[in-house]
Write a protein that binds this ligand. Sequence first.
Ligand code: FMN
Length: 349
Amino acid sequence: MLYRLIRPAIFALDAERAHRLTVAALKFWSPPAPDFVAGPLATRVAGLHFPNPVGMAAGFDKDAEVPDALLALGFGFAEVGSITPQPQPGNPRPRLFRLAEDEAVINRMGFNNGGCAAAMQNLAARPRKGILGINVGANKDSADRVADYAHMTRAMAPLADYLVVNISSPNTPGLRALQDEAALVGLLDAVLEARGESAGADRSHLPPIFLKVAPDLEPADVDAISRIAIDKALGALVVSNTTIARPPLNSAHAGEAGGLSGAPLKGPALERLRDFRKATGGAIPLVGVGGIATAEDAFARIRAGASLVQLYSAMIYAGPGIARDITAGLELLMRQYGFGSIAEAVGTE
Ligand SMILES: Cc1cc2nc3c(=O)[nH]c(=O)nc-3n(C[C@H](O)[C@H](O)[C@H](O)COP(=O)(O)O)c2cc1C
């Protein structure tokens, strides 16, 4: 309600400036990480206990500045990043566009972030409470991108509840080629080896590795990625990142280059999730993301095979109460459909 009142003022600002102000406000608020409450939406995925299945997607908190504030807003988990080994400025501005008429966003940020050391410092003082995902990427001008992912895995594994290998950003040229079969096997082998090294003698803390994929994949890619993910015993597949496709749009910024997210991604991301559910046969958990804005959207994604869901763009339009709205609605839907738990509802479509 309050957000609806102040939204015009926020939308009068340049989108990236509005985002910086939002993160600054959350930082100022700086609530403590909430305690785990095993309520009706609690669920266990990849060996981790989530208080609810609705998470904040990567890209909102690129430098791991406010994960606890996101958890305090009611998200069941917070994914920070993408973080690269070296700091990098990203693409020239403007590079973030609201498509209000389409409830969508186009971004070509290009992995702007403060780098590995800055993120580690931000997370150093954090109590280990609540589920923190750390999403890692490669520097744009890196000579060895696989080495970048290995480096990030080694550095972040001790701080993360799960790690996400993001090879699906459309804004780092050539990055998505790592989704190709041979490249992907080599990359995941390097990441898994780096994770083992990071643990040292302490094998008790090996965060599961999630892989985040693009929605713009052919059926053969879906099959190959599914096979590899199962073979490498990944913790989950995150389906999906933003799309380079351009369905019909109504906003002035529709022609901007970059990745499209929000409402127009809902259908394609749901379809891709179904493809992955079919290809994996439920052998590996899926995280559904792309265009989720309501409890009905989240529930549909869960019934299509997602054990967890995430969102980002919808928060721009609905405000910071969105996690609580969706979780409240999910509870009702579960009861209405007679499911005793989220896990019971997964893949029942
Ligand atoms: C401004 C912006 C920045 C993003 N940055 C990242 C990123 O750094 N790493 C990543 O894996 N995904 C990133 N994403 C993708 C989101 O995590 C998510 O996959 C995508 O936006 C679809 O979800 P949505 O429709 O709920 O926004 C970004 C999205 C937006 C809108």
